[in-house]
Design a protein around this ligand. Structure first.
Ligand code: NAD
Length: 493
C-alpha cells in the first residue's frame, strides 16, 4: 500500500528499529520481498528492518524516475538549485536522526557519524551551487552563415548503488551530482545500512517533486535488477571490485557506468619528513572509521633514517586510541566493525603477516570486555614483508603494515605495485621529493603532508582496479551530462 505518511519509527527514540519501505513517487510502498533485519554490530540489537525489493518493485521505482525526468530536466537550473538547497536544509534538521542511524547500523562513533552527516549536507549545498554553472559553448564554422552550439543535457534516470561504510555521504555524492545535472535517480542503499536511507527519504518527500529521488532496498539481486533495467541511463556505483566487475555484465546495452572501487592505499614517509605529522596522518587515515574507508592507508613505506621513530610513534598513537560502542561513547576513536566478514579478514591478515615475519607492535586482536560486538584494537605491523596480504590486499579493517625502504624510486615502485589506484599519501619536506612523489604515484588522488585526499570541489576518482569516473567538483556533475551539438544555419554574414 502506498502511503505518504513519514514512518513512525523514524521519529521515535532510537531504541526502536527503523522501518524502511521502498520509496518512489514521493510515497512509501510495501514490498512482498522477505525483510532484511539489520543488527547493531556493537551489541546485536535490531537496528533496522528493510525490504528486499523484487525486480517488479524495483521497476516501479525506475518508472517513477523515468516519468519525473522530462519535467526535472526542463526545470531551470536555478529552480533545481533552490530545491536542492531545501533538501540540504531539511537533512540538516534531521542530522541527529541520520547520525544515530549511521552509528546503530554501521558502528562508527556518533561524533564521527555527525561529521559524515555534516559533510553530506555540505555536498548537497555544493551541488546546488554547481547546478547553475553548467555552460555550453559556441563553435565558429568554416562556412559563412553557420554557427554550432554545444549544449550539455542530463543523461536520464540514474541508478545510484552504494556501500555501507559512508552510507549517507556516498548517497549524497550521487544524489547531489545527478539531480543538480537534471537527472532523476533511484538509490539502492547497502543492505547493511538501510535505516539512514529511510530518514533521507523523509527529507526528500518534504522537499522535492515526486519521482526525482527514489529508494529501493535489498541486496545484490535488487542492485542487479536496478542496474540492468533498460530505462536506466547510467549506473553510478561505489563498492567492491567484485561487484564492479559484475556490473559490467549486468548493465544493459549502452548504459553509462562509473565505478568507485576499493584498493590498497600506500603512504610514503621520507627521511626529510616531519615525523610527528606523518604519525598523526597515518593514525588518522589508517584507523578512522575502523579502517573501513576506501582511501584508508593500508601500508606505509618509511625511509630507513626515520623508520624506527615513525613505527614507534605510530604504535604509541594506535595504542592510545579508544575503542568503544559508538552510541555509548560518542567521542570514541574507533567503534564496532560493521560486519563479521571484516572482523575475520582483519584477524586473518594479522595472522598471515606474523607468519611471514612481521611483528605486531600495537593492538593485534579483540578488545577485552567488549564482546559480543565486532571490536578490534587498532593494529600496527612492523617490518611487514611485501608478500603479506596487508601489503597488497585491501583489509578494510583497523590494520596497517609498515616496511622500511632505502631508495625513493624503489618506494614509489612498491607503492604503485599493488592492485588499485585510488589514493596515495606522502610525507616529505624536500621539494624534489615532493614532485617525484606527486608525479610518480600512479593514483587518482595524491595527498602530500596531509591525509585528506578528497575535497568537495576537486575531482575524486580512482585508476586501474579502483575504477573510473569522477565524483566531486564540476567533474562530478559533468558525469551526469551529455553533449548535444546543434548546427545552426542562420544565414547572417
Ligand atoms: P559491495 O560491492 O559488496 O556492495 C556495494 C553495493 O552493491 C551494495 O549496495 C550491494 O548491495 C550492491 N551489490 C552487491 N552485488 C551487486 C550486484 N551484483 N549488482 C548490483 N549491485 C550489487 O561493497 P561493500 O562491501 O558494500 O563496500 C566495500 C567496498 O566499497 C570496499 O572495497 C571499498 O573500498 C569500496 N568503497 C569505495 C569507495 C570509493 O570512493 N572508491 C568508497 C567507499 C567504499
Amino acid at each position: 500500500m502506498p502511503s505518504n505518511a513519514p514512518q513512525e519509527a523514524a521519529a521515535m527514540p532510537h531504541t526502536a528499529p527503523l522501518v524502511c519501505r521502498n520509496f518512489h513517487d514521493n510515497a512509501w510502498h510495501d514490498s512482498t520481498g522477505e525483510p532484511i533485519e539489520r543488527r547493531n554490530p556493537a551489541n546485536g540489537e535490531l537496528a533496522a528492518v528493510a525490504p528486499r525489493a523484487t525486480a517488479e518493485e524495483t521497476a516501479r521505482a525506475v518508472a517513477s524516475a523515468r516519468d519525473a525526468f522530462p519535467e526535472w530536466k526542463r526545470a531551470v537550473p536555478a529552480e533545481r538549485s533552490r530545491l536542492l538547497h531545501e533538501l540540504a536544509a531539511a537533512c540538516a534538521t534531521r542530522s541527529e536522526d541520520l547520525a544515530t542511524a549511521i552509528t546503530r547500523e554501521q558502528g562508527k562513533p556518533l561524533d564521527e557519524a555527525r561529521g559524515e552527516t555534516a559533510k553530506f549536507v555540505t555536498a548537497l549545498h555544493y551541488y546546488a551551487e554547481e547546478a547553475v554553472r553548467v555552460y555550453g559553448r559556441t563553435v565558429p564554422n568554416d562556412t559563412p552563415g553557420f554557427l554550432s552550439i554545444v549544449e550539455r543535457e542530463p543523461l536520464g534516470p540514474v541508478a545510484g548503488i552504494v556501500p555501507w561504510n559512508y552510507p549517507v555521504e556516498l548517497i549524497g555524492w550521487k544524489l547531489g551530482g545527478a539531480t543538480a545535472a537534471g537527472c532523476t535517480i533511484v538509490v539502492k542503499p547497502s543492505e547493511y545500512t538501510p535505516g539512514c536511507a529511510q530518514v533521507l527519504s523523509e527529507c526528500v518527500a518534504a522537499t522535492l517533486p515526486p519521482g526525482v529521488v527514489n529508494f529501493v532496498y535489498g541486496e545484490g539481486g535488487t542492485g542487479a535488477a536496478l542496474a540492468g533495467h533498460p530505462d536506466i541511463a547510467k549506473v553510478a556505483f561505489t563498492g567492491s571490485l567484485r561487484t564492479g566487475e559484475a556490473l559490467f555484465r549486468t548493465v544493459s546495452g549502452i548504459t553509462g557506468l562509473s565505478l568507485e572501487l576499493g584498493g590498497s592505499c600506500p603512504m610514503v614517509v621520507t627521511d626529510t619528513a616531519d615525523v610527528a605529522a606523518a604519525v598523526a596522518g597515518a593514525t588518522r587515515r589508517s584507523f578512522r572509521n575502523a579502517g573501513q574507508i576506501c582511501i584508508a592507508v593500508n601500508r606505509v613505506y618509511v625511509q630507513r633514517g626515520v623508520y624506527e621513530a615513525f613505527t614507534a610513534g605510530l604504535a604509541e598513537a594506535a595504542d592510545a586510541l579508544t575503542v568503544a560502542d559508538g552510541l555509548a561513547v560518542p567521542d570514541a576513536d574507533v567503534g564496532a566493525l560493521t560486519m563479521d566478514e571484516t572482523y575475520r579478514r582483519t584477524l586473518d591478515h594479522i595472522e598471515d603477516a606474523v607468519a611471514r615475519g612481521a611483528e605486531v607492535v600495537a593492538g593485534g586482536g579483540p578488545v577485552d570486555g567488549l564482546a559480543p560486538g565486532l571490536f578490534l584494537r587498532p593494529t600496527v605491523l612492523a617490518r611487514a614483508p611485501a608478500d603479506a596480504l596487508v601489503m597488497h590486499d585491501e583489509t578494510f579493517g583497523p590494520l596497517v603494515g609498515v616496511a622500511p625502504f632505502d631508495d625513493l624510486d624503489d618506494a614509489i615502485e612498491r607503492a604503485n605495485g599493488a592492485p588499485g589506484g585510488l589514493a596515495a599519501y606522502a610525507y616529505t619536506q624536500d621539494t624534489r621529493e615532493t614532485f617525484a612523489l606527486a608525479r610518480g604515484l600512479d593514483f587518482g588522488n595524491v595527498a602530500v603532508n596531509n591525509v585528506d585526499a578528497g575535497i568537495m570541489n576537486a575531482p575524486y576518482g580512482g585508476r586501474r582496479e579502483s575504477g573510473f569516473g569522477s565524483e566531486h567538483g564540476p567533474e562530478g556533475l559533468a558525469s551526469y551530462l551529455q553533449y548535444k551539438h546543434v548546427r545552426l544555419r542562420h544565414g547572417a554574414q
